[in-house]
Design a protein around this ligand. Structure first.
Ligand code: NAD
Length: 442
């Protein structure tokens, strides 16, 4: 393809070089004359292992050249790749000046040609930027409408400085946000990559990049917080983490990474509190782990407020709420520290008429710590617990569905309460198509 690449920084120089090395004809555009001159002289403007030789080779063969002139670069271009900077503004927001300027420039250059064109955003931009900022500028500049002879895709970049050439050729995946036509152009551009391709909504593609970087930051802080405590306890954190990462079932895995309701149960809150106690005894602050408990409690309060608001918005006459699922997770009757029990406690305390059904929980069979916990929290459980999901749902304004049991879901679909709050996320159709359906976090 004939590719115009905007921004010859770390991402842009590596991308331009590697694309040229895989058979594309690439023109790199940068406003910095020093970078343009360096590339045209066969010298990378950034230091990256393996880049020197590759860049010299592709510039030598004519597959890559650089320019400051947008118009010159766009004359026979099929696809623009935007790799300009998106630095932090003073208040922490993303400075979109470079992205906005480039979008206007590409738009203006497209006004002078009739060639169909795809614009691919590689820069990291906040969710909504492509639709709210980039597309309007491209359309205004070019006089074209996205979807006809102009297509736009978001395709976040995952390379790391220091290993960017290797990372470019071996990415974890290719994420494409945009229409089928835009995705087809991106697939063609990266056709030489051997990785999975995920075509998602544009906003999701924008958001994945932030999720990745936030997670990486969280992981570093997690390992370092543990090591600061373990050092005080005479534990070698390197050994702990070496074995920790060997668990690909629960630790380094999709487990515990599904959006949903708060965590609970007999282990997570207890053991986290125990670690935090040890930290206090050793004068070690663990703000990330501390925040995890606070964040969990915040979610329970937020959801309680949402339910109270839904009841108020209905005029407040129908204060009945059906909770379908009470234990801390599906298929267990362990109620200890269940966030659903905490939620029920709040809602009952606020005067709502809470009716609970859990296909697994049978009060007659609860015993030991489990029984003591629920007696302390929900002493009238037997009065609010219903054997039948339909009874719990009868006349309810809000249904809170955490159980994925078929009977429970079918009963909720049949009852069609005005508000259905899904804590599970995998209930699928038909419940997700109900008028009042809302996900707890989606
Ligand atoms: N650096 C990384 O490791 C990395 C990894 C993945 C994603 N990203 C994202 O990729 C984007 C680029 O990052 P970077 O580190 O390469 O940035 P950078 O600051 O190194 O490079 C940006 C380049 O864009 C040029 N530029 C600015 N306005 C221009 C315009 N109107 N026309 C042409 N060129 C213009 C600048 O002169 C500069 O050379 C950012 O959004 C960043 O968040 C970076």
């Amino acid at each position: 393809m004939n590719v115009t690449l905007f921004g010859l920084g770390y991402v842009g120089t590596v991308t331009a070089t590697c694309l040229a090395a895989r058979g594309h004809r690439v023109v790199g555009v940068d406003t910095d004359p020093g970078k343009v001159a360096a590339v045209n002289a066969g010298r990378p403007p950034v230091i990256e292992p393996g880049l020197d030789e590759l860049l010299a080779e592709v510039v030598g063969s004519g597959a890559l050249r650089a320019t400051e002139s947008v118009r010159d670069s766009m004359q026979s271009s099929d696809l623009s790749l935007v790799c300009v900077g998106t630095p932090s503004a003073a208040n922490g927001s993303t400075d979109l000046v470079q992205v906005s300027r480039v979008s206007s420039e590409i738009g203006a250059a497209l006004a002078a040609t009739k060639r169909p064109h795809t614009v691919v955003i590689r820069s990291t931009v906040p969710p909504g930027t492509v639709d709210a900022v980039i597309v309007p500028l491209l359309e205004a500049g070019s006089g074209r409408t996205v979807g006809t002879d102009l297509h736009v895709a978001m395709c976040p970049e995952f390379l790391r400085e220091g290993s960017s050439v290797t990372d470019f050729f071996g990415p974890p995946f290719l994420i494409i946000g945009g229409s089928t036509a835009a995705a087809a152009a991106v697939r063609e551009l990266f056709g030489f990559l051997d990785c999975s391709v995920h075509v998602v909504e544009t906003r999701s593609a924008e958001s994945v990049k932030y999720a990745c970087n936030a997670f990486h930051a969280l992981k570093v802080s997690f390992a370092n917080e543990l090591s600061r405590l373990y050092r005080m306890l005479d534990v070698d954190a390197r050994q702990v983490m070496d074995v920790f990462v060997q668990d690909r079932q629960l630790n380094i895995s999709p487990a515990y990474l599904r959006p949903g309701f708060a965590f609970g149960g007999s282990c997570l809150p207890k053991d986290l509190r125990s670690l935090l106690y040890l930290a206090r005894m050793n004068s070690v602050d663990l703000p990330v782990l501390e925040a995890s408990l606070a964040s969990n409690e915040m979610l329970i309060r937020e959801v309680a407020d949402r339910i109270l608001l839904a009841v108020d918005e209905s005029g407040g006459h129908n204060r009945r709420v059906a909770m379908l699922g009470l234990s801390f997770k599906h298929n267990t009757d362990d109620l200890r520290e269940s966030p659903n029990v905490a939620l029920a406690e709040i809602l009952i305390g606020k005067g709502l008429d809470v009716r609970i059904h859990d296909p697994v929980v049978n009060p007659a069979q609860l015993s030991g710590a489990n029984l003591r916990y629920v007696q302390a929290r929900l002493p009238h459980l037997h009065k609010v617990l219903h054997d039948d999901a339909a009874d719990a749902l009868d006349g309810a304004h809000v249904a809170v569905v955490s159980s994925a049991s078929r009977d429970v879901v079918d009963a909720a679909v049949a009852a069609k309460p005005p508000v259905v709050l899904d804590f599970n996320g995998r209930l699928g159709t038909p419940i997700e198509t109900l008028d009042g359906y809302e996900g707890v976090g989606w």
